[in-house]
Design a protein around this ligand. Structure first.
Ligand code: SAM
Length: 247
């Protein structure tokens, strides 16, 4: 929202700064989406987890409520059962997934930080969903290598959500393309990276946005050129690219 008394010119300038949270033209439009169709339909457990996460110092990392709603709907549409998530944080997207998959569905969830996962875990337990989650603490890349070496995970995942270290996304893609089933989906989060993907190099940008920007640009090019997948880039949240494995 525009601060009280802020001039239109200042407001426009503020929206040009890279790092603006919403990719939409105005905060008011984003707020409209949240208040009209997201918050009124958000399950109690997701609301509770969102509110607990809001008090955490790194809350900027959480998946937005509109993206959580989108993931939940998408997983139901594709009847996902066997899923993976790389980058859990306090578990908002994890909970959106756990709510969408059937009772015997599974989520292999990986994160280097167990402490943050444990912030959301009691809420997931209270919702009766913890049995669907196999949380593994540690860096995802060696874990994926191990799965590939094991052989038994090839082509077994219906859906994989990647929301972790952007400088590894291409490394993840090389492995995940073997683990997702033909016809299954991989979702890469933050592919519009705060809008920085179209910013001039000298634009004002937070340090971490600038650091990861080139990796995101490289990923987007590589996904667009990969004949093993069909892709669809959506301006939901910070941008999500869905990749459907076709071969
Ligand atoms: C943007 S947050 C994930 C947000 C989460 N999807 C949600 O809904 O709140 C990114 C997470 O990736 C984790 N992460 C960073 N590097 C990682 C790595 N190499 N392997 C696994 N997880 C990693 C971080 O600890 C952090 O919790």
């Amino acid at each position: 929202m525009a601060a009280k008394g802020e001039t239109e010119q200042n407001q426009n300038l503020r929206h040009q700064e890279v790092g603006h949270k919403s990719l939409l033209q105005s905060d008011a439009l984003y707020q409209y989406i949240l208040e009209t169709s997201v918050y009124p339909r958000e399950p109690e457990s997701m609301k509770e987890l969102r509110e607990v996460t809001a008090k955490h110092p790194w809350n900027i990392m959480t998946t937005s409520a509109d993206e959580g709603q989108f993931l939940n709907m998408l997983l139901k549409l594709i009847n996902a059962k066997n899923t993976m998530e790389i980058g859990v944080y306090t578990g908002y997207s994890l909970l959106a997934t756990a709510l969408a998959i059937p009772d015997d569905g599974k989520i292999l969830a990986m994160d280097i930080n167990r402490e943050n996962f444990e912030i959301g875990l009691p809420i997931i337990e209270k919702a009766g969903l913890a049995h669907k989650i196999d949380f593994r603490e540690g860096p995802a890349l060696p874990a994926l290598d191990q799965m590939i070496e094991d052989g038994k995970y090839h082509g077994t995942f219906d859906f994989i959500f990647v929301d972790a270290d952007k400088d590894n996304y291409l490394n993840y893609h090389k492995r995940l393309i073997e683990l997702v089933k033909v016809g299954g989906l991989i979702g890469y989060d933050n592919t519009l990276w705060n809008g920085s993907v179209v910013a001039p190099p000298d634009a004002p940008m937070r340090k971490y946005v600038r650091y990861y920007r080139d990796f995101v640009l490289e990923l987007n090019k590589a996904l667009a050129a990969d004949p093993r997948i069909e892709i669809c880039m959506l301006p939901v949240g910070d941008g999500i690219t869905l990749c459907r494995r076709v071969s």
